[in-house]
Design a protein around this ligand. Structure first.
Ligand code: BES
Ligand code: ZN
Length: 616
């Protein structure tokens, strides 16, 4: 394994990838991609004899040197590692000196076990007429889409030709080179090009019956035809988010910012695939109340996609920075009090995950060690919220936005197109502050408890103070319910009529933190606030969690319904775990999962199976 990235087999010190070109045919009948990848590499070391690529569950049928399949190269696939896959060791015909270009063509096909791909039957789509395919490569699944140096330390450009059956359309995390497919005989080819360098985890492909609607000067929203109007309405704020991001950082570099609304099994809220963010349909609340996820993914256009973590141990550089800028965007558009509110919601998420992992678990460090660890297993709100809190604290500590905001810009400019570690981040912070403000700021930086923030498990070493103007009412109402457990008070819809959807979520989160509610309270709460009926996914989720904590059986049917109509891990994993924890619910949890296993994305399925102790 490489020194700069413990989660890849690639010999990154010897050779690096510059460009990756895919030529793939999408075969829905056999549910596989078949074709080639052409890698343009550059040697870094002297006497490079071998190129090691990452693969996972791919069938390799030939490796060649150059652009066509004339000169065969010898290769060997190592034994499979259950987490990291199989190293593909390619022998170069003769040893190559430093700074030389090497082109390698690999013929391959994907298999049923490729974690990056979800193949949907027509019945799993909204339209029910056509099959659908989408990929999810972050963190280390690109190696199951194509052989590559699957490490975020490597920044590449890419291009692709995707042969797609009619009447389906292909889209990728790149600029589209043709509006209509190029047809030659039977084949219909969509062509793509990504000219800005990016890490392999941002390669993305979708194929399905897709329709597009323009929602801004550089944005189109794509979805299945039946939901396109709803999508166009929900995400109308997109351009305003991009502009605010540009004000805070640098001009948007990727040309287009399109959105793709996926089928319900998409395992994340959003994924920042360049030029084409992927989002879950659970954002379609009908009132634009969940679009901060879009502000988040837009922010990754700078934090993560331009300035990238070098390995998954510094994942917080992507997500912590993104939370920080996302909240600045929301603050500028909707007011500082909403930013303060969102930060407090974040503290709740952080506390919940630290409780789940255990406050001594090394994975709750901002920079965890990931040698031998699957980044999917390490995933939590820690890099997001501990990362946010570190940056929020630094901003205050160093003199506020007038000092910190120019630093943010300088940081993006300096590391744009590069990958970095936490140490390099910290070095730049010191250098910038010294150069721009002098020794006084260095004294401040030296007072920061770096070990506490970066390398100590549990909650952050400093508790930031946030403005409670939007949270207080939620806290008060939750307290009232907590205090009136035995004698119920006169609850009324008026209690929450002025709450925003977010405040309802916060209220429910507060209720979730006290001891389980008596069933009489839950019944009264539902009667007054009609919570079981709510369609907003965030509220529905929190309400179901409140009910499951109390083993309130009347909610089970609705929990099963929610668990089987969408596969976003943020909801499905905690709900399955909570249902499984109820003595009267564990069998139902396992039966529901087993019956609907095929609905879930492979990444999600694997984690639910762990949560339900169906596998190790
Ligand atoms: N990049 C992440 C999603 C991700 C992380 C995928 C790690 C695979 C591995 C994306 O930007 C994200 O953070 N999504 C959040 C949304 C959010 C507003 C915090 C999600 O999916 O909930
Ligand atoms: Zn993110």
């Amino acid at each position: 394994m490489s020194k700069i990235d413990p989660n890849t087999f690639a010999n990154l010190d010897d050779i690096t990838t510059e460009h990756l070109h895919l030529d793939l045919k999408v075969d829905f009948e056999k549910q596989r991609l078949v074709g080639t990848v052409l890698l343009t590499l550059k040697t870094l070391a002297e006497e490079v004899k071998q190129v090691v690529l990452d693969t996972n569950h791919l069938i390799i049928s030939g490796v060649y040197s150059g652009e066509n399949s004339e000169k065969s190269l010898e290769y060997h696939l190592d034994e499979e590692d259950a987490t990291f896959g199989r190293a593909l060791r390619i022998s170069l015909p003769s040893s190559v000196s430093a700074n030389q270009q090497v082109k390698i063509l690999v013929k391959y096909e994907t298999t049923k076990d490729c974690g990056a791909l979800q193949w949907l039957e027509p019945s799993q789509t909204v339209g029910k007429k056509h099959p659908y395919l989408f990929t999810q490569c972050q963190a280390i699944h690109a190696r199951s889409l194509t052989p590559c140096q699957d490490s975020p330390s490597v920044k590449i450009t890419y291009s692709a030709n995707i042969d797609t059956p009619a009447p389906l359309r292909a889209l990728m995390s790149a600029l589209r080179l043709n509006e209509e497919p190029e047809t030659v005989g039977e084949s219909r080819v969509y062509k793509f090009e990504q000219k800005t360098t990016m890490p392999s985890y941002l390669i993305a492909l979708v194929v399905g019956e897709l329709e597009g609607r323009e929602i801004g000067p550089r944005s189109t929203v794509w979805s299945e035809p039946d939901m396109i109007e709803k999508c166009a309405w929900e995400f109308a704020d997109t351009e305003e988010f991009i502009k605010t991001g540009e004000e805070l950082l640098t001009p948007y570099e990727w040309g287009r910012y399109d959105l793709l609304v996926l089928p319900a099994s998409f395992p994340y809220g959003g994924m920042e695939n360049p030029c084409l963010t992927f989002v879950t349909p659970t954002l379609l609340a009908g009132d634009r109340s969940l679009v901060d996820v879009v502000a988040h993914e837009i922010t990754h256009s700078w934090m993560g996609n331009l300035v990238t973590t070098k390995n998954w141990e510094s994942f917080w550089l992507n997500e912590g920075w993104t939370m920080f800028i996302e909240r600045k965007i929301i603050g500028r558009i909707h007011g500082e009090h909403t930013r303060q509110f969102s930060a407090q919601m974040g503290i709740k998420d952080l506390q919940a995950d630290i409780d789940l992992f255990g406050c001594k678990d090394p994975l709750t460090c901002l920079c965890p060690r990931l040698q031998g660890v699957d980044p999917d297993d390490a995933f939590s709100s820690v890099p997001y919220e501990k990362g946010f809190n570190l940056l929020y604290y630094l901003e205050q500590h160093l003199g506020g936005p007038s000092v910190f905001e120019p630093y943010m810009k300088a940081y993006v400019k300096y590391f744009s197109g590069k990958s970095l570690t936490t140490d390099e981040w910290k070095d730049f912070l010191y250098e910038y502050m010294e150069k721009t403000h002098g020794k006084e700021k260095i004294d401040l930086l030296n007072k920061v408890d770096w070990t506490g923030w970066l390398y100590t498990p549990g909650m952050p070493p400093v508790q930031n103070q946030f403005d409670q103007s939007l949270t207080q009412a939620c806290i008060d109402l939750a307290q009232k319910w907590d205090e009136h457990r035995d004698q119920l008070f006169e609850a009324s819809p008026k209690d929450i009529e002025n709450f925003t959807p977010d405040q309802k979520v916060f209220f429910l989160e507060e209720v979730l933190q006290v001891k389980p509610m008596p069933h009489s309270s839950l019944e009264a709460m539902d009667k007054a606030y009609s919570l079981t009926k709510v369609q907003n996914a965030e509220i529905r989720f929190k309400w179901q969690m409140v009910c499951l904590k109390a083993e309130y059986q009347p909610i089970y049917t609705d929990v099963v319904k929610f668990l089987t109509e969408q596969g976003r891990m943020k909801y499905t994993r905690p709900l399955y775990r909570a249902l499984y924890k109820c003595p009267s619910g564990s069998q139902l949890a396992r039966d529901t999962y087993t019956k609907h296993k095929n609905f879930y994305h492979p990444i999600c399925g694997r984690l639910i199976e762990k949560d339900l102790e169906l596998t190790n």
